[in-house]
Design a protein around this ligand. Structure first.
Ligand code: ADP
Length: 208
């Protein structure tokens, strides 16, 4: 039976650089589990959340071709707190179940430690019990805004709303065990990742 891994949560505000940092851990052979990717797969083609979503929200949140319309749903949950909690109640248990399975997979249990990418670690607390350490990627809010607008084409008010729904930069920095600074050039990231990778390997060996 595979054992649960030594888990380091990777968190940070939208656009702070979590995916870029996760990629760098991945390049060092670290097993990474991405809660967002899991959520995406659940609502993507053939995803098992589609039927319950259709039951709760009707076909108006689906495109003519039958795909889940994420952009429309995003607008809807920002305008309607009830819709937001209904969607969360439906999706979160499924995501937690899939994450649980990913964390006890053969690949995860063979790894010295596992990175669990949880954007809303401090907001929901759903994964706090599971994780041994919390690593936050940090940059000024203005940079987050610019990066998200460039990456996704979302309008500034929507980006601001998302940022406002997340914990503040200062609270995130207080709650994190480790911080990677992504305020400058991406070339500054590998050294920080390398340092923490060695640190986590040591901690995981000592504490497992
Ligand atoms: P997150 O996963 O935290 O939402 P990403 O890793 O996707 O953030 O980064 C957001 C966007 O900003 C991406 O398009 C990424 O390529 C870009 N980006 C990340 N770090 C930097 C950086 N240091 N300088 C410039 N652009 C960056």
């Amino acid at each position: 039976m595979p054992t649960p891994s030594y888990i380091v949560a990777l968190t940070g505000g939208i656009g702070s650089g979590k995916s870029v940092v996760a990629e760098l851990f991945g390049q060092r052979g670290v097993h990474c589990v991405d809660t967002d990717a899991i959520a995406h797969a659940l609502t993507g083609p053939g995803g098992r959340a589609l039927t319950p979503i259709r039951k709760s929200f009707g076909s108006s949140v689906f495109t003519a071709a039958g795909a889940f319309d994420r952009a429309l749903m995003r607008t809807r949950v920002f305008e309607d707190a009830g819709a937001r909690s209904a969607l969360e109640e439906l999706l979160h248990p499924m995501i937690r179940e899939e994450v649980g399975m990913a964390l006890v997979s053969e690949a995860a249990s063979r790894a010295p430690y596992v990175i669990l990418e949880v954007p809303l670690l401090f907001e929901t607390m759903a994964y706090r019990r599971l994780v041994r350490l919390a690593l936050a990627v940090d940059c000024p809010v203005e940079l987050q805004r610019i990066r998200v607008m460039q990456r996704s084409g979302l309008a500034r008010p929507m980006v601001d709303q998302i940022i406002a729904s997340q914990v503040s930069r200062s609270l995130r920095l207080q709650l994190a065990d480790n911080v990677i600074s992504n305020s400058g050039d991406p070339s500054k990231l590998p050294r920080q990742v390398e340092f923490l990778h060695e640190h986590y390997e040591k901690r995981a060996r000592m504490e497992r």
